[in-house]
Design a protein around this ligand. Structure first.
Ligand SMILES: Cc1ncc(COP(=O)(O)O)c(C=O)c1O
Length: 427
């Protein structure tokens, strides 16, 4: 539109790849999408959701409360319940630091999915030009969020144990040497089975990261936060749970812990939560007050009922085994059609929804490249890996994210076969 009045912020949010990928997956039903991070369709909890909704609505007093606006921070019972769950999960790691700092229920904020909280946090912490340090590669929607508010992601080298502490410290030092440490407001880490690789932050790096953050906060007299995104924590295949970064933050002042019921229950009932350091509660509630003064209250009551009724744990157990099988199917297909033919290599995930595949170094997986077009023509869609390298100077061009979440096992196998044909044509 000529003379369009769009704000700077709207311009910065433009051309985000996620909307385009989602739209393609939804509009071409015959396409095997290994791209979108949608969850498994067959295990979506229709019955558990129906009984929870019925239980909320059956009692007319409860129904009228749930159908009314709620508080900005969300349904108090659910806030208390999610806090107790996270503390119990952390305490459950016998080799960990215990449940750690015990925040008050007033430090829990419910949101319409954890992505909303990521946006609110970026808005609360970043002025234009400020930075967030994140894994390289990282969750690409978060990188878009940072860009939209005028901030900048700086990619930190990350290996099979997640973010490398030596690289993190080197980046902090580089900023300190330039007198720009104050520009770095937060470190963003998906600590369990991350998106896009299925990699978790190694147990032995967790205490070290918090120690580093504490040290640099003392040095710059300005708070450095860790945004710990635990979206996939409950989707481990069979590895025992590891205490969160939050549990290592003895002061409770550094780590923002983010969780969601999207992956472990239903993204249609969009409920996420944050456990915030005390100082962040007010700015986040102020921003959320302006945004929606409280997310879907009925959804929060439904999730609370699901947790209360005991329906949640067996559902999560079912998901864990379902995804473990689907990941195995994808790995078998990749071994047979891709690895054995020398067309690529992948990381074997222990949980989550994703496999990270690296093609031969000269293959360009980008949306404008020959592979993407040929894969699409063959009927399969993936996420080009380049989207996930926010703020990296020289990102690799030969990687891709494959999701085993939404497709059935036979479709996963067919999708990988199609992908292998496309790879063979360009390798
Ligand atoms: C790492 C990560 N964080 C957060 C989210 C957001 O999930 P939701 O807003 O549905 O809670 C996603 C969704 O894919 C994700 O992959």
């Amino acid at each position: 539109v000529s003379g369009a009045p769009w704000s700077e912020r709207a311009r910065r949010a433009a051309n985000s790849p996620i909307g385009e990928l989602m739209a393609r997956a939804l509009s071409q039903p015959e396409l095997i999408s290994l791209a979108a991070g949608f969850v498994d369709r067959a295990t979506l909890p229709a019955e558990a959701a129906a009984s929870a909704a019925a239980a909320v609505l059956r009692d007319s007093e409860r129904a009228r409360t749930a159908l009314q606006y709620g508080a900005t921070a969300g349904h108090p019972e659910l806030r208390a319940r999610v806090l107790a769950r996270v503390l119990a999960q952390d305490a459950g790691d016998r080799a960990g630091p215990g449940r750690g700092f015990v925040p008050s229920e007033n430090q829990v904020v419910l949101s319409a999915g954890s992505n909303q909280l990521l946006y609110l946090l970026a808005s609360a912490l970043l002025d234009p030009g400020d930075c967030v340090l994140c894994d390289s590669p990282t969750y690409f929607v978060f990188a878009d969020v940072v860009r939209a508010v005028g901030g900048r992601c700086i990619g930190i080298a990350s290996d099979g144990g997640g973010m490398r502490l030596d690289a993190l410290e080197a980046e902090l030092d580089r900023h300190a040497a330039r007198g720009e440490l104050g520009r770095i407001k937060a470190i963003y880490v998906t600590s369990y089975f991350d998106n896009p690789r299925g990699v978790s932050l190694a147990r032995e790096r967790r205490a070290g990261m918090i120690e580093l953050v504490r040290r640099y906060t003392a040095r710059q007299h300005q708070h450095l936060y860790v945004l710990e995104d635990a979206a996939y924590r409950e989707l481990g295949f069979d590895a025992p749970d590891v205490a969160s970064l939050r549990a290592h933050d003895a002061s409770g002042e550094h780590v923002v812990y983010l969780g969601t019921f999207s992956k472990s229950f239903s993204p249609g009932v969009r409920v996420g939560f944050g456990i915030l350091p005390r100082a962040l509660v007010l700015p986040i509630l102020d921003l959320k007050g302006v945004l929606d003064f409280g997310s879907g209250h009925f959804d929060q009551h439904v999730i609370d009922q699901v947790l209360q009724s005991g329906a949640y744990e067996p559902h999560v157990a079912l998901l864990r085994s379902t995804y473990a099988h689907k990941a195995k199917s994808m790995q078998m297909a990749l071994d047979e059609h891709v690895v054995r033919r020398g067309l690529g290599e992948y990381l074997r995930p222990d949980g989550g929804l994703y496999v990270w595949l690296s093609a031969a170094p000269h293959v360009d997986t980008g949306a404008d490249g020959a592979l993407f077009a040929s894969a699409l023509a063959g009927g399969v869609l993936y996420v080009p890996g380049a989207y996930c390298f926010a703020g990296a100077d020289n990102p690799p061009r030969n990687c891709m994210r494959l999701s085993f979440g939404v497709q059935t096992e036979p479709e996963i196998a067919r999708g990988i076969e199609k992908l292998a044909s496309a790879l063979a044509a360009v390798t």
